[in-house]
Design a protein around this ligand. Structure first.
Ligand code: GDP
Ligand code: ZN
Length: 395
């Protein structure tokens, strides 16, 4: 994909004269627009549509940032050359809820109809199950590069919860990053190092940072880690997400977030956005939607496997390939438990997440089965009806 000509899809010279692609979406670079997106968008540009990014979704409508017609932007989008528009999502409705537009989606916007014509293909998507009762997936945020998992150092480390968030993060396709918050509450460096090591052991392949919003320690490292990309914050209530968001965003948006956080419901009393640009020079954007609070797993089997990669690796050495690691002879997982290289807590957590994920998957299957049965019954009824007509009324 590297070095792809931006305007490769531009067959007609008219395309260039009407919409000079290189100049048009430049302000959107502030929101993560790049050459690959420009290429995906090229066919829509030819139709006179505008590229944009959804900053908030609200019952069939969305707010999106799009390039301003000319000159400097209105300023309402927080970046020059851009404006925020309210757009109808009707044209991109889909029976599959995981394909509904959400914050972070890149769109083709029709300025005449004030409607979203298409979503550009997603690179990543953070999914959750819509509720504990139903098992429909729901996209919480699209095109996310970094998932920050906030874990508070104020209380005893809840590694099980961290693992759940990690599974969700891996499943999204984004890179997880664990942020241990409130580091000022652990003044002893040796203790802090110990806690970091514990989390690192729990999160293979994931950087673990410590941050104190109170003293500002570690904020610079975090800022650098998320620079230029799209970031979401996950974590338990009270983990310090809002405070962390404020540190990253700077003072400008602080009041908005405070208002939102105090009611705890994410009600939009002001014109809030769920996707906010991070200050320059680092840049990037932060997505903070109310729905991201308290997420459940959604079909995160791959994510679970990644969080517990060392267990999956051990399982490869079990004598039986379908080993359940309970009492089987030649079980490498149980052996590791025995010799202390694997912690009991870790294995329990793994089992719990696998079970939870299987339950969600089975719910989905049950729904599909019910749907198939309904269709099948209809056909059967129709078939009977036809047979009866052929035979003529009985009796
Ligand atoms: P959220 O629910 O995850 O958004 O958490 P908040 O950001 O609202 O923080 C929860 C509590 O932790 C608040 O009382 C904050 O003042 C406190 N807090 C957040 N960050 C820090 C920090 O770096 N140090 C200390 N000591 N307290 C913090
Ligand atoms: Zn085994």
């Amino acid at each position: 994909m590297k070095g792809h000509p931006v305007a490769s899809a531009s067959a007609s010279p008219l395309f260039f004269s009407v919409l000079p692609l290189h100049s048009l979406p430049a302000p959107l670079a502030r929101y993560g627009w790049d050459a690959a997106l420009a290429e995906a968008f090229a066919p829509y540009a030819a139709d006179g549509l505008l590229p944009g990014r959804i900053v908030r979704v609200d019952r069939g409508l969305c707010d999106a940032v799009v390039p301003a017609p000319s000159g400097p932007g209105t300023g309402s989008a927080g970046a020059a050359g851009l404006r925020t528009v309210r757009a109808d999502l009707g044209p991109v409705s889909d029976p599959d809820p995981t394909r509904w537009a959400c914050t972070g989606d890149w769109i083709a916007y029709d300025p005449d109809e004030r409607a979203v014509r298409a979503l550009l293909p997603r690179r990543t998507a953070v999914l959750r199950s819509a509720s504990s009762k139903r098992s429909d997936g729901q996209v919480l945020a699209a095109n996310v590069d970094h998932v920050l998992i906030a874990v508070s150092l104020a209380a005893e480390l809840d590694l099980g919860r961290a693992e759940r968030f990690l599974a969700l993060a891996w499943e999204s396709g984004a890179q997880p990053l664990v942020v241990l918050t409130k580091a000022d509450l652990v003044p002893d460096p040796a203790t802090l190092a110990h806690l970091v090591a514990d989390v690192e052991a729990t999160a293979p392949g994931v950087s673990v940072l410590t941050v104190s919003a109170a003293t500002g320690d570690g904020v610079d490292v975090l800022t650098a880690a998320v620079a230029g990309g799209t970031t979401v914050l996950l974590g338990q209530s009270g983990a310090g997400k809002s405070t962390l968001a404020n540190s990253l965003l700077g003072s400008e948006t602080q009041t908005v977030r405070t208002i939102r956080d105090s009611d705890g419901k994410g009600r939009h009393t002001t014109t809030t956005r769920d996707l906010l640009p991070l200050p320059l020079p680092g840049g990037g954007v932060l997505i903070d939607t109310p729905g991201l609070r308290g997420v459940g797993l959604w079909d995160a089997e791959g994510g679970v496997a990644q969080v517990f990669s060392e267990i999956e690796e051990l399982a490869g050495d079990c004598r039986f390939h379908d080993c359940a690691h309970t009492a089987e002879p030649g079980c490498a997982v149980l052996a590791a438990l025995e010799d202390g290289t694997l912690q009991e807590r870790r294995l329990d957590s793994y089992r719990k997440l696998i079970r939870e994920n299987e339950w969600i998957a089975s719910r989905t299957d049950a729904r599909l089965r019910a749907e198939r049965r309904r269709v099948w019954k209809q056909r059967q009824a129709l078939g009977k009806h036809l047979v009866q007509r052929k035979r003529g009324p009985q009796r």
